[in-house]
Design a protein around this ligand. Structure first.
Ligand code: NAD
Length: 471
């Protein structure tokens, strides 16, 4: 495995173009098509996660102040589960799928083969930097591809750890890590890829898609946005509060599918906010800065951005939290009430531990609010009245939905994970990853006999009439 690190700017490191060339020629050897090779790579990747757990957890702590247990579950164990599931099913997924052939097209055999795509580019963000490079990599390996991985420079310690570790475990000529930021990513995007898998914000997604258009390269875009939570009058408020607080404040709110804001039925607003605060105290104590289970904001730039949103006009009253310590990049778990829908905090993805709440009269108003905005990556509804949750599921569009839960759908390997519209395109996880990183190739085989002349020109007389009847 090759890795380039511009920060070291060593002359011996290959350029992005050279790395691209190397993984492409490895793909051309055909060795990645072999199922045994794919499984070896997956097992080695799993071994890396096990043997280097401490190094990766330390990098995540340095980057995001990630609590150990949280980092283990959301970054390391997540990728390991994807590997286990893939190893279990890969043979079955790779088997050509026989499909029916209409009688008039018989005799013959129709099958769908899953072809590797070739050399793929995977660009990751900083918030779950092991998971969001590792999980797409599992899909790329399973699909029989080679890949260049570009971790986020923002989570620099994890990027460095991945660049150091991966070459020790997986095929050096088939997989490469290119470290760096805009310059290196731009250089990579100038190459011709067979697929680009990008996770990050929608502004850069447009740059990625524009670069991909040059070669008609297909893209998967895993983006973010504002994921709403609807709290119905019928909700179990204790459970809702706990699950929302957990989903919101995990990784200090820096989760693509974190609840972004709450639309709460006005009849339960007061008790809901009280229970939410109780849940925060239960999880992180009265002063979460001392909690070993609460993370930190990634960098000063994001800290300032969050402060601007919280202090901005129309953000609303602080229901609890609001405390900050800039030097420690600590931002307290915070909730707001009476937030103005036209405020800045309601018009950009928050991506931090601030939860605005807006009261609504009923579920109709909540649905109207959601459908008037961009299609979110996730949507959460808390209701014990099934009619209400069913209406939300059927009358709104989003990447995914959880009823009476937050975040958990991302960890269900049988559910494809992805966005729609401004929250992304394409999906992955489990079988969906294999599908994303392979081409469904239609293969039709026909015997050479019979070969009736009716199928061929000239079409006239009885032959033409018969053909019209048959088709
Ligand atoms: P980021 O700043 O790390 O950027 C993502 C990647 O894009 C990085 O590798 C970076 O080097 C590259 N990049 C940045 N600017 C570029 C440019 N001008 N040209 C080319 N490449 C460039 O991460 P981010 O975008 O701040 O990540 C947060 C966003 O990602 C949020 O919107 C979040 O919701 C979303 N996200 C989505 C998912 C998902 O699975 N759907 C997961 C995590 C994060």
């Amino acid at each position: 495995m090759v890795s380039t690190n511009p920060a070291n700017s060593s002359r011996s490191l290959p350029s992005p173009a050279e790395v691209h060339k190397r993984v492409r020629s490895t793909f051309d050897t055909g060795r990645t098509r072999d199922v045994a090779w794919r499984k070896t790579q997956l097992r080695s990747l799993k071994r890396m996660l096990e043997e280097s757990e401490a190094e990766l957890l330390e990098a995540l702590r340095l980057d995001l102040g990630k609590p150990g247990v949280e980092a283990f579950i959301t970054d390391i164990a997540f990728v390991r589960s994807e590997i286990d599931l893939t190893l279990k099913h890969l043979d079955a997924w790779m088997k050509p799928e026989r499909v029916a052939l209409p009688v008039k097209q018989q005799p013959g055999r129709a099958r769908i083969h899953r072809d590797p795509l070739g050399a793929v580019l995977i660009i990751g963000p900083w918030n779950y930097p092991v998971q969001l490079i590792g999980a797409p990599l599992v899909g790329a390996i399973a699909g029989g591809n080679t890949a260049v991985l570009k971790p986020s420079e923002v989570s620099a310690h994890t990027s460095r750890a991945l660049a150091r570790l991966l070459p020790l475990y997986i095929d050096a000529d088939a997989f490469a890590v290119v470290e760096g930021g805009v310059e290196e990513t731009t250089a990579l995007l100038a190459e011709r890829w067979d697929h680009i898998f990008y996770t990050g914000n929608a502004t850069v997604a447009r740059i990625v898609m524009t670069a991909a258009a040059q070669y008609l390269t297909p893209v998967t875009l895993e983006l973010g946005g504002k994921s709403p939570v609807i709290i119905d009058e019928s909700a179990n408020l204790d459970v809702a509060a706990r699950r929302i607080a957990w989903g919101k404040y995990l990784n200090a709110g820096q989760t693509c599918i974190a609840p972004d804001y709450c639309l709460v039925d006005r009849r339960v607003e007061g008790p809901f906010l009280t229970r939410l605060h109780d849940a925060v105290k239960q999880f992180y104590g009265t002063n979460p800065i001392h909690s070993p289970d609460y993370g930190r904001i990634i960098n000063d730039q994001h800290f300032t951005r969050l402060s601007r949103l919280l202090d901005g006009e129309g953000a609303g009253e602080v229901a609890y939290g609001g405390g900050r310590d800039e030097a420690a990049r600590y931002f307290a778990p915070t909730a707001l009430r009476n937030t103005d829908p036209s405020s800045s905090i309601m018009n950009e993805e928050i991506f931090g531990p601030i939860l605005p709440t807006i009261v609504v009269d009923n579920v109709d108003a909540a649905i109207e609010f959601v459908t008037a905005r961009e299609k979110p990556l996730a949507l959460y509804v808390f209701a014990q009245d099934h009619k209400v949750s069913d209406r939300v599921v059927h009358e709104t569009t989003s990447g995914g939905v959880c009823v009476n839960a937050t975040l958990f759908h991302v960890a269900v390997p049988t559910l494809p994970f992805g966005g729609i519209g401004e929250s992304g395109m394409g999906a992955y996880h489990g079988r969906a990853s294999f599908d994303t990183f392979t081409h469904a190739k239609s293969v039709l085989s026909r015997p050479t006999r019979p070969d009736p002349s009716i199928a061929y020109p000239p079409y006239k007389g009885i032959k033409a009439k018969l053909l019209k009847k048959l088709l």
